[in-house]
Design a protein around this ligand. Structure first.
Ligand code: PLP
Length: 360
């Protein structure tokens, strides 16, 4: 068996130890005589798996008791509608910060439910920056302020959550959740699909402050009403059971490797290896401003795009896959989520040097 270094932006690589545990437990979970996929979601075995997953996530992210943790479905793209449906709470409008493709998608969808005030946009820099907080035109009456913590396509990430006063801050954290510690109390709600840093596609995590729920628009589907989901412990409908099980194994892996502070240190080290090399040569470059470069998604360009094909082919021959950049940005993108080992980043940088030496 050969495993590649998978730089996919999502669904993305999972820790090998997690996959091995899942494989070992596939036919018979802990003597139950069945796979987790075959269990009733209301049976004691799966209830314990789900409770353990939630409790580990709470511990890892230090989630206060007045926040609900919801296991939902539909991904971040569904949340783009579910968030305004639940969090407008009688307000006429919501503020959105436009930092790239994923914020744009959030804005477009929210416009179906609310008056959207784009309080700041990085469009004029080609989405390579985060607009300075002092330039944001926030509305104190807004229901919430929405940001995308890490733009998976553009590779732009907030270094810190912005200060938005008493208006709840809502973040799409799909591609940066669990990459480093976050102060959950700074947010009204955090959401994200699991398939970047948590587990298989199909599971959506929502962390929401309890006083903000219970006022969903009347037309909100019950399965997407945060208060309904919370009051049923995320079992109003059948939850994505297997994805929750794998997420639980990933949470255990994060805990056993030192928690989020240790994760951040490893992620900073991996990202610095790439950015330092990109900055040291004219052969490659990072398009993103230094103060907002993502720790998770590293887009980069070759000085001559005519070499892109050869670069990708050589990478694949060396067991490094999914490095082609998103079509909106072009060039390359290395997604180096939690599960990407240091060795994978070292192998990539070493190949980049080799390619530069051969073609530069
Ligand atoms: C991947 C991603 C999405 C899309 O998520 P789906 O699970 O496809 O709905 C949205 N936002 C961000 C930041 C992402 O990385």
């Amino acid at each position: 068996m050969t495993r590649v270094y998978n730089f996919s932006a999502g669904p993305a690589a999972l820790p090998e130890s997690v996959l091995k545990t899942a494989a070992a437990e596939m036919l018979d979970w802990h003597g139950s005589g069945m796979s987790v996929m075959e269990m009733s979601h209301r049976g004691p075995q799966f209830m314990a798996i789900a409770a353990q997953a939630q409790s580990l996530l709470r511990e890892l992210m230090d989630i206060p008791a007045n926040y609900k943790v919801l296991f939902m479905q539909g991904g971040a793209i569904a949340e783009n509608a579910i968030v305004p449906m639940n969090l407008l709470r009688g307000h006429a409008s919501a503020d959105y910060i436009d930092t790239g493709e994923w914020s744009r998608r959030s804005i477009e969808e929210a416009r179906r439910y609310a008056r959207v005030n784009v309080a700041a946009s990085a469009e004029d820099t080609g989405y390579t920056t985060i607009p300075g907080r002092s330039t944001w035109r926030l509305d104190p009456q807004a229901a919430y302020v929405h940001i995308c913590s890490n733009e998976t396509i553009g590779g732009v990430e907030y270094a810190e959550p912005p200060d938005v006063g008493s208006v709840p801050l809502v973040a799409d954290m799909s591609s940066s959740i669990l990459s480093r510690p976050v102060d959950v109390t700074r947010y009204g709600a955090i959401y994200g699909g699991a398939q970047k840093n948590i587990g298989p596609a199909g599971l959506t995590i929502v962390i929401v402050r309890e006083d903000l729920i219970g006022q969903a628009l009347a037309a909100t589907p019950s399965a997407f009403d945060y208060a309904v989901v919370a009051s049923h412990d995320s079992m109003f409908n059948t939850p994505p059971t297997y994805a929750i099980y794998i997420a639980g194994l990933v949470f255990e892996w994060i805990k056993s490797t030192g928690g989020l502070a240790a994760m951040e240190a490893r992620n900073r080290h991996k990202a610095a290896l790439l950015y330092d090399y990109l900055d040291s040569t004219d052969f490659y470059r990072s398009p993103v401003a230094r103060d907002c470069r993502s720790l998770m998604n590293v887009p980069f360009k070759l000085h001559d795009p005519a070499l892109d094909g050869a670069f990708l082919k050589g990478a694949e021959a060396r067991g490094m896959v999914q490095l082609k950049g998103h079509r909106l940005v072009g060039g390359m993108r290395a997604s180096i989520y939690n599960a990407m080992p240091l060795e994978g980043v070292l192998a990539l940088v070493s190949y980049m040097r080799e390619f530069e030496a051969a073609k530069g």
